[in-house]
Design a protein around this ligand. Structure first.
Ligand code: ADP
Ligand code: MG
Ligand code: MG
Length: 249
């Protein structure tokens, strides 16, 4: 599903990713853990196609295509979903309109018919019930005045609605209370199927108590220094990054 080979990325002339290799097969959920500043967010931004991240070397294949050659919009309509640390607020843009526009763009990309307002409401309400969300959140501006937990809830709704092939969740547990954390985990777990993969990027192990990853990778100084099963996350929690980084060096 996702194959990253020797990825080297610079930001303002500074090398941030330095020969990163990572393969996430279809149907698997992988976690990336690593100390602050190791390049976790940089990796998610590069995959999303954000400006200012210069790819010096390497390749990224997504679902058989050259991801780095694709415009950010095409990446999204091809089934890549990114949940960011700080979701944007769009005051004045109704959340329902925003979600329907996003979903219809994806549906066009998949060659499916667009949903009108009534059809959309039916679909979105089904997802909201499953996520335990209140109808009221559809009427508000996108993330306008939302609490951290509500923003996360809204983002998980977006993910569940868009049904991506591949989701990248970057440090979604930072500053989240246990309910929001569980919601993120429940949403990812509910989407698990052979055609869906996810990359969960997190500094802490606690999210991985709820989303049990198939593989855990440790990122340090811009490359994956060691990989393992879910037990690696527990080892990191118990021993800290320093020991694991040293042992891998
Ligand atoms: P992580 O998410 O693992 O904490 P980041 O990817 O945010 O790490 O950052 C990795 C390194 O890249 C850090 O040293 C950070 O200071 C640097 N960096 C990130 N973004 C920029 C930027 N826009 N300009 C300069 N340096 C940056
Ligand atoms: Mg950071
Ligand atoms: Mg980060």
């Amino acid at each position: 599903m996702l194959r990253i080979e020797n990825l080297v990325v610079e930001v303002e002339g500074k090398r941030i990713l330095d020969g990163l290799h990572l393969t996430v097969p279809s149907g698997e959920v992988h976690a990336i853990m690593g100390p602050n500043g190791s390049g976790k967010s940089t990796l998610s931004y590069v995959l999303a196609g954000r400006e200012g991240y210069e790819v010096i070397d390497g390749s990224v294949e997504f679902d058989g295509q050259d991801l780095l050659a694709m415009e950010p919009e095409l990446r999204a309509t091809s089934g890549l979903f990114l949940a960011f640390q700080s979701p944007v607020e769009l005051p004045g843009v109704g959340n329902a309109t925003f979600l329907r526009t996003a979903l219809n763009a994806i549906r066009r990309g998949r060659g499916e018919s667009e949903l009108d307002a009534m059809q959309f409401l039916k679909v979105v309400r089904g997802k909201m019930t499953a996520l335990g969300m209140k109808d009221e959140m559809l009427k508000r501006g996108v993330n306008e005045g939302f609490s951290g937990g509500e923003k996360k809830r809204n983002e998980m709704l977006q993910m569940a609605l868009l049904e991506p092939k591949f989701a990248i969740l970057d440090e979604t547990d930072s500053g989240l209370d246990i309910d929001a954390l569980k919601l993120v985990a429940d949403t990812v777990n509910s989407m698990r199927n052979p055609g869906f993969s996810a990359l969960v990027i997190t500094h802490y192990q606690r999210l991985l108590d709820h989303i049990v990853p198939d593989r855990v990778h440790v990122l340090s100084r811009g490359r994956i220094i060691t990989s393992g099963g879910p037990e690696l996350a527990h080892k990191l929690e118990a021993e800290g990054y320093a020991g694991v980084v040293k042992a891998a060096a």
